[in-house]
Every structure is written in C-alpha cells, then in structure tokens.
Design a protein around this ligand. Structure first.
Ligand SMILES: Nc1ncnc2c1ncn2[C@@H]1O[C@H](COP(=O)(O)OP(=O)(O)OP(=O)(O)O)[C@@H](O)[C@H]1O
Ligand SMILES: [Mg+2]
Length: 425
C-alpha cells in the first residue's frame, strides 16, 4: 500500500504556514521574564510577519494614564522621540474605536488631526506610520504596535492581515496575564509590608505593657533607696531584682530592634538539609548536657530552595531551643526530619519537622503561641523568654512564601512543621 499525500494548493500552503507561525508565536509568548522581553518578542514577530522592519510597542500605564513606549526596533528616531502617547491622541482613539489593524490609508485622518495638536505624542503625526496594530483585552486597548517600512506603504495580503490579527490577540492575552501577574506580585508585597507594620504596632503596644512592671519596680527602688540606703539586705536583694528588670528591658529592646531592622529576605540558592545540620551542630552540646537525644532524618532528595540562610537558621534555632526548653524537666528525644513534598499543583516543596517529647502546649495556649510577647517562660530564670521567637519565625516563613504549623498534645509533646517552596516543580 502506498502512502499518498494530497498535493497542497497555494492557499493550503499559506494556511499551514500561517498556523505554524501562529503556533511558534504562541510558544514564544510562554513565561517571559520581564515586560521588555515580552514586548520585544511581540514587536519582532509582528514586524517580521508584516515585513515592516521598524517600529515600537506602547503599553498602557495605569499610574501615568497614558501609553508608554516599552521597546522599539530599527532606525526610528522619530518614534524614539515619542516615548509617551496621551489617551486622547487621535491615533489611540481611532484604534480604540476601530478595534482592528489600521493600515496607512486608514491612519491618514487621525495622523492629520494629530498634526494640529500639541499634546504629548502628537509628534507621531509627522511619522510615516504604515501599520498600527491594537492589542485588545475584552475590548479594551491595553497596548499597540506601530510599524513602518523604510520602503514606504506596501499592500499587505489579506491572509497576512488575518495572521497579524490572530497574533495580536494572542499577544494581548499573554501581555494581559503578564501584567496581571505583576500586579498580583505587587499587591502581595504591599500586603506583606502592611502585615509587618500591623504586627509592629502590636509589638509596640505589647512592649509598653511588658516594660510597665519592671519600670514600676525600678521606680520604687529609686524612691526607697535614699531612706533605706543603710539596709544592706534591701539594697542587695532589691538591687538584684532591679538589675534583672533592666536586663529584661534591654533584651526586649534588642528583640524589637532586630525585628524592626529586619529587611526583605536576601534569597540565595540553599541546601536546607545543610542549614538544618548546622543548627543541630550548634545545639548538640546543650542537648548532651541536658540528656536530650537528637534523632536526625534528612531526605537525600530534598530540593534546593531560594532562602535567606540567616533567617531560616534563626527560625530553626528558636524551634529547637523551644523544644529543648519543653523537655527541661525530663530527658527526652528531639526528632528532626526533612521531607520532599509534592503539592497538588505539581510544585515541589521541602518540609522540616521538629518534634519533641516535652510537656506539650495546652489547647488555650496553642491559639496564642504566635502572638507577640506570648510566653510561659516568665517564671524560670534559666529559660526566661521574650515571647517574640515564634512571632518572628512566623513572619520569616511568610516572607519566604512558606507555611508553619504546630500540633501538640499536653504531656506527650509538640511537632512544628515548616513547608518551604523550592524552585523545582
Ligand atoms: N516545643 C514547645 N513545647 C511546648 N511549648 C512551646 C514549644 N514551643 C513554643 N512553646 C510555647 O510557646 C511560647 C512562645 O514561644 P516563643 O518562641 O515565641 O517565645 P519564648 O520561647 O517564650 O521566648 P523567646 O522570645 O526567647 O523565644 C513559649 O513560651 C511556650 O509556652
Ligand atoms: Mg522561643
């Protein structure tokens, strides 16, 4: 049996070529890194298909309320001299009304009208623009491409016009999702900043509350000291308490300064297992002294992640020290496990579990452990805490776009679970 292919007519061939070009273009639109990159790909593809080697792409700028030039190509000094085009420019209005590609004939009127105008971008009127391609999203003009050919206006075949229109639609969709994604990123950053300010507010309020008691004791001491200066017992004992109070205020201040000074995470490519190991190395001596057994189970296939090494260390050390504090009145076991996680959307994450066999956390306290200044370590001098450790840990993990969870049973023990995104998946 012979395999026979039907001969393709000229128009079949051009349809196939158009489809191939469109498919290639759609592929080129995937996952661009920045606006100039996506704009550059759109401009060069439209210029190549229309055979107009010079031009520029303008994108609507919401803040400035005008169209701004993002990329240009070819020797277009006149287009380069028009970095912005006002919303009321006749060309913009014509593209908005017409919602279709304008060739040099259709463009004549709006450019003539603009030549009478002196708004920003009016100088476009003097350009020999041969083609204006709108990029529309749900009928809204989000960008446009202006093209010109050094040889002047040429007649563009209808099938090329159709291909250009399809590419423009594709480009508009890609550009719109890119801009939306960028907007989302900006809103998230803003939300994180607002969150931080809000928690700083809580911390400032909590700080005032926290230092009231030590301040009262210091004040009382200063008031009573002149008349009790010969009472060596009073001076000795009260003096020690006052010194402890001053130390506490100093520690609180330092914690708050660290928190306020805290900056955006400095992300570098890190091996989480290695960070975990270095934290465990750091606490090993303390654990040995207290008779605490450390069990380490690190996943060999753990993905690397973009992390702020110092911040992640700070989080892990606080969790490890909390776990050891919880086991201070009995020998116990501290289990540290890392696991590779596959999320439902296919993304690969890393998980760290820190499990102790300590006294556990009561259900009432469990709701408050991440609150600023929540601590049950007021009483023990050895382990006195500020109650900011978990607040800071929570904030750091959030800034890494990760999750922190806790499970605890009174009298049995506690497990903290941290999940961090990796760059795999
Ligand atoms: N593993 C744990 N087991 C039992 N209780 C815990 C554990 N981790 C945290 N907690 C409880 O949560 C409270 C808050 O912890 P957090 O780390 O924020 O502050 P802290 O340890 O008291 O002080 P510091 O600011 O020095 O860390 C602790 O005081 C303790 O009551
Ligand atoms: Mg702590």
């Amino acid at each position: 049996m012979t395999d026979r292919k039907a001969p393709q007519s000229g128009s079949d061939q051009s349809i196939v070529a158009s489809l191939q070009r469109l498919t290639q273009f759609a592929r080129d639109m995937g996952h661009p890194a920045s606006l100039p990159v996506i704009a550059g790909r759109i401009l060069s593809s439209l210029s190549e298909v229309s055979r107009h080697s010079q031009g520029a792409l303008y994108v609507f700028d919401r803040d400035r309320e005008c169209f701004c030039q993002v990329v240009s190509q070819g020797q277009t000094p006149s287009i380069a001299g028009s970095p912005i085009v006002a919303l009321n420019h006749p060309l913009v209005q014509q593209l908005d009304n017409h919602q279709d590609i304008l060739d040099s004939y259709a463009l004549t009127d709006s450019l003539h009208e603009a030549s009478l105008d002196n708004t920003p971008g009016a100088q476009l009127a003097t350009l020999p623009i041969n083609l204006a391609i709108p990029l529309l999203n749900r009928g809204k003009l989000i960008a446009f491409v202006l093209l010109q050919s050094p040889t002047g206006p040429t007649v563009i075949p209808s099938h090329t016009m159709e291909l250009l229109a399809a590419m423009a639609q594709n480009a508009a969709n890609a550009l719109d999702s890119f801009l939306l994604y960028e907007d989302l990123g900006q809103s998230q950053a803003l939300m994180r900043r607002t969150d931080r300010l809000r928690s700083l507010e809580t911390i400032a309020g909590g700080f005032a509350h926290e230092i009231r008691n030590p301040l009262t004791s210091i004040k009382t001491f200063i008031q009573l000291a002149p008349e009790r200066k010969d009472d060596s017992r009073f001076i000795g004992e009260f003096g020690r308490i006052v010194l402890e109070d001053v130390n506490r205020i100093e520690r609180l201040l330092q914690e708050i300064l660290d928190y306020a000074l805290y900056m955006e995470p400095q992300l570098t490519d890190e091996d989480l297992n290695e960070i975990v190991s270095s934290c465990l190395y750091f606490i090993q001596v303390k654990a040995d002294k207290r008779g605490i057994k450390i069990e380490k189970d690190l996943a060999p296939e753990l993905p690397r992640g973009m992390l702020d090494r110092q911040q992640v260390k700070q989080v892990l050390l606080n969790l490890l020290l909390n776990a050891m504090d919880a086991m201070s009145d009995k020998t116990g076991t501290l289990r540290v496990r890392t696991t590779r996680l596959q999320k439902a959307d296919g993304a690969v994450w890393s998980q760290i579990e820190i499990e102790d066999t300590g006294h556990g956390i009561s259900p009432e306290n469990l709701d408050h452990i991440f609150d600023p200044f929540f601590t049950t370590k007021h009483t023990s001098a050895m382990n006195e805490g500020t109650g900011l450790g978990l607040t800071i840990a929570h904030q750091i993990i959030r800034e890494h776009r990760g999750e922190i969870q806790v499970q605890s049973t009174k009298g049995i023990g506690t497990t903290f679970r941290i999940k961090l995104p990796s760059h795999q998946g």
